[in-house]
Design a protein around this ligand. Structure first.
Ligand code: NAD
Ligand code: ISE
Length: 335
């Protein structure tokens, strides 16, 4: 039957996922919306047939018409919602980051393992973006040989007022941590963060932009430019330098126009537009798998591994030195 979904957190991403579940994807409907801001969830529920607004996740998840949970509250609120949903053995799609640090991510891994089956997909949606998927296919194909280096650029026009220097790592670069692990099919072993003189357009006290360097198990070097206040638009770019060729994505988000003696194109304004297709495919894959009784996509292990790299990254940023990543051995459950 149709999957009844509770959406926890009805801010920018939560509201967009509600729209997607209702208007883009078939097989699911939003039966509950939860937000600590009761007026916000109520206003959203009023626009949907058969949807109830709640202020507490525990109450919403006990409702009879809730079969699955999409978590889109801020990262620090994820652990409580995840443990509540896992306690009820409900299928979950949880926005990135799984949790903000490795210890809380481990508690989530343990709770899922206690169930004896996987229930959780993490919202690392770049794995569903058509350009990243092509890059992955080329790297997996083997003709290019081993990846020696990767270069990433991740630019946001601006960040919300509550955004911090640490969040540039734990909330933004977490995407490059996940795609790097996924594209190169190996773990990140160490992180270094370098900070140029900040842009005068960044908020007072924020170290923006930053240059982040990952080392990986096979000895590849991966750099990430993270820029939170580039001003001009939203751009994500990646290039893998391999033994027998170089492959990149990010420039083709066209169209490229030549007219009046100039050539150029438009830059997407935000992630909502740049990754619209990826969010759609991600949520569709989750709904379809859940209805088949399966769990696919990035796992809680991927969420934990990224959290461990974030933790090393935030320490590297604070202490101004290279910090090794501390990972537990991967449980067979996640192999
Ligand atoms: P937001 O601030 O716009 O919305 C968060 C909402 O959650 C707010 O309405 C807030 O009142 C509510 N909330 C706070 N604590 C809560 C709790 N304990 N229970 C229920 N509701 C609670 O934030 P956002 O930008 O929508 O981000 C939400 C999540 O989505 C974060 O995990 C963020 O990292 C992630 N995100 C992912 C992407 C992506 O590209 N995949 C992009 C942006 C944000
Ligand atoms: C935001 O939370 C996201 O997930 C976006 O995809 C990312 O580009 C941005 O930097 C994050 O803050």
């Amino acid at each position: 039957g149709v999957l009844g979904v509770a959406v926890i957190g009805t801010g920018k991403m939560g509201a967009d996922h509600v729209r997607r579940l209702h208007h883009v994807i078939s097989g699911a409907r939003v039966t509950a919306v939860v937000d600590v801001d009761g007026e916000r969830s109520k206003a959203l529920a009023d626009t949907l047939d058969g949807c109830t607004a709640y202020t507490e996740a525990a109450v919403a998840l006990a409702a009879e018409d809730v079969d699955a949970v999409l978590i889109a509250s801020p990262g620090p609120a994820h652990e409580a919602a995840l443990l509540e949903a896992l306690g009820r053995d409900l299928p979950i799609l949880c926005e990135k980051p799984l949790t903000p640090d490795a210890a809380s991510a481990l508690r989530v891994l343990e709770a899922e393992q206690r169930l004896g089956h996987r229930r959780l997909q993490v919202g690392f949606m770049r794995r569903y973006d058509a350009e990243y998927v092509k890059l992955k296919q080329l790297l997996d194909g083997g003709e290019l040989g081993r990846a020696l280096m990767m270069h990433h650029r991740h630019r946001n026009p601006s960040m919300p007022s509550w955004f911090t220097t640490e969040m540039l790592i734990s909330d933004s670069v977490v995407h490059e941590m996940d795609v790097t692990r996924w594209l190169l099919d190996q773990e990140i072993t160490a992180v270094t963060v370098l900070k140029p003189t900040p842009s005068s357009l960044a908020p007072e006290g924020m170290s923006d932009p930053q240059l982040v360097l990952f080392e990986t198990e096979s000895g590849a070097l991966v750099d990430v430019e993270i820029f939170g206040h580039c001003g001009y638009g939203y751009q994500v770019w990646a290039e893998a330098v391999c033994e027998r060729g170089v492959v990149g994505i990010g420039d083709e988000h066209g169209p490229r126009l030549s007219a009046d003696g100039r050539w150029g194109g438009r830059v997407t304004p935000d992630y909502i537009e740049r990754f619209e297709d990826a969010y759609d495919r991600q949520v569709r894959a989750w709904v379809d798998a859940t209805r088949r009784g399966e769990v696919t996509g990035p796992s809680a292990w991927d969420g934990y591994a990224a959290a461990a790299v974030c933790e090393a990254g935030v320490r590297a940023q604070r202490e101004g030195r290279r910090v090794g990543v501390d990972l537990i051995e991967r449980p067979d459950f996640y192999r």
